[in-house]
Design a protein around this ligand. Sequence first.
Ligand SMILES: CC(C)(COP(=O)(O)OP(=O)(O)OC[C@H]1O[C@@H](n2cnc3c(N)ncnc32)[C@H](O)[C@@H]1OP(=O)(O)O)[C@@H](O)C(=O)NCCC(=O)NCCS
Length: 169
Amino acid sequence: MTVTLEPLRRAHIPRCVEIERILFVGDGPWSASAFRSELDAGGHYVAAVTEDGALAGYAGLAIAGRQGDWETSVHTIGVDPEFQGRGVGTLLLRALLARADELRAPVFLEVRTDNERAIRLYERHGFDRVGVRRRYYRPSGADAYTMCRPPLGGAEAPDASRAEREEAG
Ligand SMILES: CC(C)(COP(=O)(O)OP(=O)(O)OC[C@H]1O[C@@H](n2cnc3c(N)ncnc32)[C@H](O)[C@@H]1OP(=O)(O)O)[C@@H](O)C(=O)NCCC(=O)NCCS
C-alpha cells in the first residue's frame, strides 16, 4: 500500500467525520463544522491518501503564539481501522512534528490514559507525560494525559501547569 500526504481539504471532511465516529465513539467525535473551524483556524492539517484515493487517515496541529514564541498542539490524529498498523499514524505524526520543528515550537497533546498504542507512539517521538486531566473526555468521562515534546534545539519544555492556567484564563 502506498500512502501519500497532502493538505487536508474540505472535500475530505465527510470521510473524516465517518472515521471519527468509529474511532472516538463516547469521546466526542468531531462534527463537520468542527473540522471546518479547524481548517479555517489555519493550523497544519494533513490527509493520508491511498493510491486509490481513499482517506487512510488525517491529523492536525494547532498553532498559537507569535514569531519566535510559537506553541503547538496535536488536535487530532486518526487512522481508518482498515489501514491501522501499517505506518500511517507514524507518517502523519511525523508530518506534524516537522512543522512544529520548523517553528521551533513545543508540541502538546492530550491522550486517553488507556490508549497504550498512541502513548507508545508519542513516547517514541519524544513526548513525555506532564500531567493528568481527570474526566477530560465527554461523555465517556475518561481521563487524559497531557504530553509535551520540547522544541527542537533542546530548550526546556514550558511548565505545563502554567500553560493550562493560561488556556483556562
Ligand atoms: C494511534 C493511531 C493514530 C496509530 O496509527 P497507526 O497507523 O495504526 O500506527 P502505525 O502503523 O504507524 O504504528 C504505530 C505503532 O503502533 C503499533 N501498532 C499498530 N497497530 C497495532 C496493533 N493492531 N496492535 C498493536 N500495536 C499496533 C505499531 O507496531 C507501531 O509501533 P512500532 O513503531 O513499535 O512498530 C491509530 O491507531 C488510531 O487512529 N487510533 C484511534 C484514534 C486514536 O487513538 N488517536 C490518537 C488520539 S490521542
